[in-house]
Unconditional design. Structure first.
Lengths: 586, 252
């Protein structure tokens, strides 16, 4: 074949035209623009007046005080308030990035409240469809009282897997922690660290967690044997001796260096009894205090737990997961629902939690978009009252869970938070801290209007000290986890993670290997080899209750024969503490 | 001599990190990213991540410790300064801060190879935030483009703001007091920041503590970040293998 000059031009022209249809030239243009330093892809930070505003973080019940640096009305940086009497200037990584949550890509933005209201109303009017219930994952708030009042009117149930005990670390000299993440998100970080020099910490835990790493003593224990250890220690205290040398040693420390305190994650009866024998009840361990409420609210449904409820008794379940202190696995909830067409409505900020199981997932506002009070923290023996003051406006279409449930019961519309603030002021007890001027005043010295104004600007009311009410033993929230035999023994990452996290948390979960991401598991290298898994591999975590897709981290700090699991709801639905699990490659 | 060139009393900013108080929560890492507009990198893994300060977990086979590592702001012979062909890295004589100028950086990554602390990070991707989140960027710091090296600069934006504030208060010369984002955010109070030239200051005092040490001290880089631990094994882990003959990264 003879190649003419004309053919050459046709070939060159065709190649040039064809190349325009490939990504190569466009990529070249953008890469060239990079070197010209006129790159249009670099976002421009906002400009405007710099202001300082205050709020309280509502991502967990610690409720740390927050100083927000704002450009105009938009917060661009969050920091703690150093003079705050409880949070003492500290914020956790989640709190530091709370202002990113309104922009989270996985945020739930749509859901029909009208359709949900219609379905719930129809189910309520159908007498044979079971009772209505509210599951409140952060009890003690003002909205919790709204739920209880609504359930009293509707003859419904109020389910609250709440914290019934508060602890005073400042009074303790020896603390035995049975797997509690004491130094890693358990209580108010600033308060815990302020108390830390005053007590000796013994951490009993299967894995060397962040708390165990900084504990004075770390006692490695088998997962699920924490109660056994508590009983052995109680036995050693009672009999002044025992067979278990380790328990005797801990018992000696607890009794000889008091006041002592024992903490666990589940409020077990064994730990409660051990605290009573150590004299902690009513001293370093008290009943969870609560801020006063108006007398008219007292006609409310009592709090109950899932374990106390009859199976197949709930026809309508309303779940408030807009604020979550702990996740109840779905397999503990599902048996309580009627078999035929239960109506499940969840108020959520993302689709990762109960939205996977609900007929209606309604979008709820996220911190710091809505005003809500924060219940007393677990490490505060005195009642507190703080409001998470909104810093940004919520987008259109958000549903207020309290408004929805209140309307269902026909409760009159009112500003319940203001009513409660007035009730606290009428009680005339305690002090009020205002972050803007870092001043503390006695409540009896200010007017109700000034009290409300300060609370609206992120003030913090703290009740008088002297709470000596001993906590009552609580029934377990759910049945013990089915353990079975064979496979790996599961250890939960104890740290609580909020349903939505800032995208910048990738710095600690993904761009470094500092923390185990919620949807990851960690295996000892020998177990990973046996399962033919490499670091970062995709796998299934299988238990008797089902399986869940996970990513695998290979970590020599995890003991062989155990699997450390993250706290994503998908994992928690199939795997609990000390459960037997298998990890299978995808 | 104009006022702009008038010699002023120089500061030597430094940091002390109490390893025995660090619980590895990562607050310093995210606070740094918020302050300095370091973008999230969803595509990244732990080798490519962009973290100006990174908390490493170390162990002695039995116990764990967490060690935050950022640019150690070496002394006069900072390895990254001598290798940069673009003069994009310099040491500010007024502060002792090792600075990085992304506008000059051509992305050769010699400085990353030279840094013995692995404290420099290459910007592999276009700086991108989820839609709308760019409204939360810090107006005091410019995001960097793809293809340049980034690192800790002791929150230079905050230093500028403190300097301006001091000038507005009629004290344009001399060191100023400010706190970088990581030190401000540390909930355990493990990270402290100050002027090492201020002999009576808490940071200079802490740097002379008997339990104080610096990373890879035998390399002679004279870092301005001091660590502290009462645990022997933690102090030993900070040492380096014996360097070879001559001084590494020397510009001589």
């Amino acid at each position: 074949m003879k190649l003419s000059r004309r053919d050459l031009f046709i070939y060159a022209g065709g190649s040039a035209a064809g190349a325009l249809l490939t990504p190569a030239p466009w990529r070249l243009i953008t890469d060239t623009a990079l070197w010209s330093e006129n790159w249009p892809g670099i976002p421009a930070p906002p400009r405007g007046e710099i202001r300082t505003r205050f709020t309280n973080c509502s991502l967990c019940r610690a409720g740390c005080a927050v100083r927000a640096r704002c450009v105009g009305d938009q917060p661009v940086q969050l920091a703690g308030v150093a003079a705050h009497p409880l949070s003492r200037g500290a914020l956790c990584p989640f709190g530091l990035t709370g202002h990113h949550l309104p922009f989270h890509p996985a945020r739930l933005k749509q859901g029909s409240a009208e359709q949900a209201l219609g379905a719930v109303s129809a189910a309520i009017s159908d007498a044979g469809s079971g009772r209505i219930a509210v599951l409140d994952l952060r009890p003690g708030r003002t909205v919790s009282w709204t739920y209880r009042r609504a359930m009293a009117k509707l003859n419904g149930l109020y389910i609250a897997p709440g914290q019934s005990v508060a602890y005073d670390l400042h009074q303790a000299k020896t603390v035995l922690s049975l797997g509690v993440p004491l130094l890693d998100g358990w209580g108010t970080p600033g308060n815990v660290w302020a108390a830390r020099p005053g007590f000796r910490l013994i951490q009993a835990e299967p894995i060397q967690s962040r708390t165990a790493a900084l504990a004075d003593v770390w006692l490695p224990v088998q997962p699920g044997t924490e109660d056994t250890l508590a009983l052995a220690i109680a036995n050693a205290i009672e009999n002044r001796n025992g067979d278990d040398e380790r328990a005797v040693s801990v018992a000696n420390e607890l009794t000889q260096n008091g006041p002592a305190l024992v903490l666990d994650n589940y409020g077990s009866a064994a730990v409660m009894a051990l605290n009573q024998s150590l004299g902690a009840a009513g001293h370093t361990m008290v009943a969870m205090p609560e801020a006063p409420v108006p007398d008219t609210w007292r006609k409310a449904a009592p709090a109950t737990s899932l374990a106390q409820m009859e199976d197949r008794s709930i026809g309508v379940l309303l779940i408030d997961e807009s604020a979550v202190d702990g996740y109840l696995p779905w397999h503990t909830i599902e048996p309580k629902l009627v078999r035929d067409n239960p109506v499940v409505v969840t108020f959520a900020s993302g689709r990762g939690g109960y939205a996977r199981h609900a007929q209606f997932a309604l979008p709820a506002g996220v911190y710091p978009e809505f005003a809500e009070d924060i219940p007393t923290a677990v490490d505060s023996p005195a009642a507190t009252f703080r409001i998470s003051t909104p810093l940004v406006a919520p987008p259109a279409g958000m549903v207020n869970p309290a408004g929805f449930i209140g309307a269902l019961a026909g409760l009159p519309k009112s500003d319940a938070v203001r009513e409660r603030a007035d009730a606290i002021h009428r009680a005339g007890r305690g002090t009020l801290f205002t972050p803007a001027d870092a001043k503390t005043v006695a409540v009896r010295d200010i007017t109700a209007e000034a009290f409300w104004k300060s609370l609206s600007e992120a003030g913090c009311w703290i009740d008088e000290a002297g709470n000596t009410q001993a906590p009552e033993a609580q029934p377990p929230e759910s049945e013990p986890w089915p353990s079975g035999s064979g496979g790996l023994v599961a250890i939960l990452s104890a740290q609580h993670t909020p349903p939505l996290m800032s995208p910048l948390m990738s710095k600690v979960y993904q761009e470094s290997n500092l923390r185990l991401a919620p949807n990851w598991i960690a295996l000892h290298p020998s177990d990973a080899r046996a399962a033919r898994l490499e670091n970062g591999a995709e796998a299934f975590l299988q238990t008797r209750l089902g399986k869940c897709g996970v990513r695998v981290a290979v970590d020599p700090a995890v003991p062989a024969g155990m699997v450390q699991v993250g706290t994503a709801p998908g994992i928690l639905d199939v795997c609990g503490p000390a459960a037997r699990a298998k990890v299978v490659a995808v | 001599m104009t006022s702009a060139t008038k010699p002023t009393q120089a500061a030597r900013y430094g940091m002390t990190i109490d390893v025995d108080r660090c619980n590895g929560c990562g607050a310093c890492m995210v606070a740094c990213a918020v302050e300095n507009n370091v973008p999230p990198a969803p595509q990244a893994n732990d080798r490519q991540g962009l973290t100006w300060i990174r908390v490493y977990r170390v162990d002695n086979g039995g116990r764990l410790a967490y060690v935050p590592v950022m640019c150690q702001h070496c002394g006069a012979d900072a390895p990254c300064v001598s290798v940069c062909p673009q003069h994009a890295v310099d040491i500010d004589p007024a502060t002792g801060i090792v600075g990085e100028m992304p506008q000059r950086c051509l992305g050769c990554r010699y400085c990353m190879a030279a840094c013995p602390y692995h404290a420099r990070y290459f910007n592999w991707w276009d700086p991108a935030w989820p839609p709308g989140m760019e409204k939360t960027l810090n107006p005091g710091v410019t995001p960097r483009m793809r293809g340049v090296v980034e690192k800790c600069n002791f929150c230079h934006g905050r230093w500028h703001a403190a300097k301006q504030q001091a000038a507005a208060n009629g004290q344009p010369d001399g060191p100023v007091s400010y706190t970088p984002a990581c030190a401000e955010a540390c909930p355990t109070g493990a990270i402290r920041f100050g002027d090492l030239n201020d002999a009576a200051g808490p940071v200079a005092q802490a740097s002379k503590d008997s339990a104080s040490f610096r990373l890879l001290e035998n390399l002679g880089t004279e870092p301005k970040v001091y660590y502290r631990s009462k645990r022997d094994w933690v102090r030993q882990i900070a040492g380096a293998p014996t360097p070879g003959p001559g001084k590494e990264n020397s510009c001589d």
